[in-house]
Design a protein. Structure first.
Length: 273
């Protein structure tokens, strides 16, 4: 079991493959296992690294409240500990927030950034809706929010056809540390305001991707992120909801690989001129 110690605790991580380092950050309430299909395929081309965020899975669960800077420090410690120079970084949902914050703080450590199914600049109505869910979790525990989340995250067709995969996501949500989950969820509900103010400072190659029917990380939010980050690319996947990396790994993996390959080619051309 690969556990990396750092000054804030320990980090559970897994890696597979060789090549340029490609790091994935999961969403709130999930863990590294959500990236199984990215690890299996993209490790043919890259050194793929997945890990559990602060307060999740096998990593340390410090007391709250949590801040984005804690998650940035954790990622920095991991890539330093693994001896990585520059990375390709992919963040999903709350992981997309951490990826944005890392890019704002350490762009010199990055080659590309992929922001996937991430929130941005929530409206007051959207903010009140998620804060209400946070309060519900705080009052009654996370169990009542799990089935509504599964409904929001997956298409009905996928839930029916892939009950085993959906069941593993459900069990992850059911077995989370409730104290860690609520403080992480509260950060997820509010951190987009902090990020939005500095989003236009990101000036590395960036891919923004979400599902057409993602009601939490909407196409409109993805469009706003795209407009804020100069030179970024935008992909909206038709008829998909939130769990894009799980439900359509074929699209996600090809989009990431093509984006990295294209920007690696651009980097080579720049070095040759």
């Amino acid at each position: 079991m690969p556990i990396f110690p750092y000054d804030q605790g320990t980090i559970y991580y897994e890696e597979k493959g060789m090549g340029e380092p490609l790091v994935f950050i999961h969403g709130v309430g999930l863990d590294h296992a959500m990236w199984e299909q990215q690890v299996n395929q993209l490790s043919n081309e890259y050194r793929v690294i997945v890990y559990d965020m602060v307060g999740h899975g096998g990593s340390s669960h410090p007391p709250g409240p949590y801040s984005l800077s804690q998650f940035v420090e954790q990622l920095t410690a991991l890539i330093d500990g693994l001896g990585l120079d520059k990375i390709h970084l992919v963040g999903f949902s709350m992981g997309g927030m951490v990826a944005q914050a890392f890019a704002q703080a350490h762009k010199e450590r990055m080659k590309t950034l992929t922001i996937m199914n991430a929130v941005a600049n929530r409206s007051e109505e959207q903010r009140q809706a998620i804060l209400a869910r946070v309060e519900e979790v705080g009052t009654t525990g996370p169990e009542a929010t799990i089935e509504p989340a599964i409904q929001r995250w997956f298409t009905p067709e996928y839930r029916y056809a892939q009950d085993g995969t959906v069941g593993r996501i459900r069990r992850r949500l059911q077995t989370n540390n409730p104290t860690s989950y609520i403080v992480a969820y509260r950060l997820f509900a509010t951190a987009d305001q902090e990020l939005w103010k500095k989003l236009d400072q990101i000036d590395i190659p960036t891919l923004v991707i979400t599902g057409e029917d993602d009601i939490g990380s909407t196409p409109e939010m993805a469009q706003q992120i795209h407009e804020k980050i100069a030179g970024s690319e935008l992909v909206i996947v038709p008829a998909m909801r939130h769990m894009l990396p799980v439900e359509r790994p074929d699209i996600v993996n090809e989009a990431i690989h093509s984006f990295i390959r294209k920007n690696s080619s651009s980097e080579v051309k720049e070095m040759q001129t």
